[in-house]
Design a protein around this ligand. Structure first.
Ligand SMILES: NC(=O)c1ccc[n+]([C@@H]2O[C@H](COP(=O)([O-])OP(=O)(O)OC[C@H]3O[C@@H](n4cnc5c(N)ncnc54)[C@H](O)[C@@H]3O)[C@@H](O)[C@H]2O)c1
Length: 277
């Protein structure tokens, strides 16, 4: 039996993180698409990692429980990395809320019941969660603490009609749920944090940068403090720190890694985006 590191969403961001924390562990690669998990397994196996793959749909509690059962066959679950999600241009409102808001909340809850002593997890959220204006104290509290099965029934969530808002609320909820669940994870001697990236170059982001909306993206990147997009490895480095022995005092936090884009969106050159984003 080995310690187990579970990666859900086997894309470039998830792979960058798991490469940094998965050595000497059994790495479970889970994804909605078997081919995505297989592709990641091939790369990681060729780099010396021991892996297994499984199809999971994080919008289903039953599917998450099957994933946990699979992972526990190899040993204690020491790490959780959730890099699964759907973006506003990929899916309708209901699917975004079911995967990004509800699914992530169920993951935090169910893995919080089994995470091993000394374990750690990260949830990949997004800068989008930081672009939503302030919510009321009551809305914050409800997003953080409502029973997972009631989240999608909250009136202000049911009222969402556009995909960008669905994504922003979901990602805001990720940070709040991480705070809420940090106490349960902490009682087990484990930590859980969120990372909120800006534009990170992945195959998907690269498509956007060469697609019909490329001019808007390029203008935004050029006007941002960093003047460039980020790389999966930079997110991986932050995650590695949070999940390492040096990160043990960090629990229930949400880290922006966006080259200063959010700062500029609220108070700098990118304020023009407030009209559309
Ligand atoms: N790339 C960026 O610029 C960027 C920026 C901010 C946040 N993010 C977030 O990072 C995460 C990963 O994004 P990425 O760019 O690597 O995208 P990606 O599309 O390469 O990876 C996402 C993976 O999630 C899987 N997935 C989708 N729905 C699922 C479900 N219901 N259950 C299990 N797996 C599912 C997909 O099959 C895919 O392999 C997402 O949550 C995204 O919102 C990405």
């Amino acid at each position: 039996m080995k310690d187990v590191a579970v990666l859900i969403g086997s894309g470039s961001i998830g792979q960058a993180i798991i490469r940094r924390v998965g050595a000497d562990k059994h790495v479970v690669l889970a994804d909605l698409r078997q081919e995505a998990a297989d592709a990641a397994a091939k790369i990681l196996e060729n780099a010396g990692f021991k892996t297994s793959t499984i199809v999971v749909d994080i919008s289903s509690r039953e599917s998450i429980l099957k994933l946990i059962e699979h992972a526990q066959k190899f040993g204690k679950i020491k790490n959780l990395v959730n890099a699964a999600g759907v973006s506003p241009s990929q899916a309708p409102v209901a699917a975004i809320l079911k995967v990004d808001l509800y699914g992530t909340s169920v993951l935090l809850e169910e893995f919080g019941k089994v995470i091993a002593e000394g374990g750690s997890g990260v949830i990949i959220s997004s800068q989008s969660g930081h672009r939503l204006g302030a919510l009321t104290e009551d809305e914050n509290y409800k997003l953080a603490t409502s029973p997972t099965e009631e989240l999608l029934e909250l009136p202000f969530i049911k009222a969402i009609t556009d995909t960008l808002k669905a994504y922003q609320y979901s990602k805001r909820c990720n940070g709040l749920r991480v705070m809420y669940e940090a106490t349960a994870w902490g009682k087990r001697g484990a930590t859980i944090n969120a990372i909120s990236p800006g534009i990170i170059i992945t195959p998907l982001a690269n498509d956007e940068l060469h697609g019909p909306r490329k001019d808007g993206y390029l203008k935004m990147i050029e006007a941002s403090p960093a003047k460039r997009a980020g790389t999966p490895d930079e997110v991986g480095d932050l995650a590695e720190f949070l999940m390492s022995s040096r990160g043990r005092f960090i629990n229930g936090a949400d880290f922006l890694i966006d080259g200063g884009t959010t700062a500029s969106y609220w108070f700098g050159d990118l304020q023009y985006l407030k009209k559309t984003h």
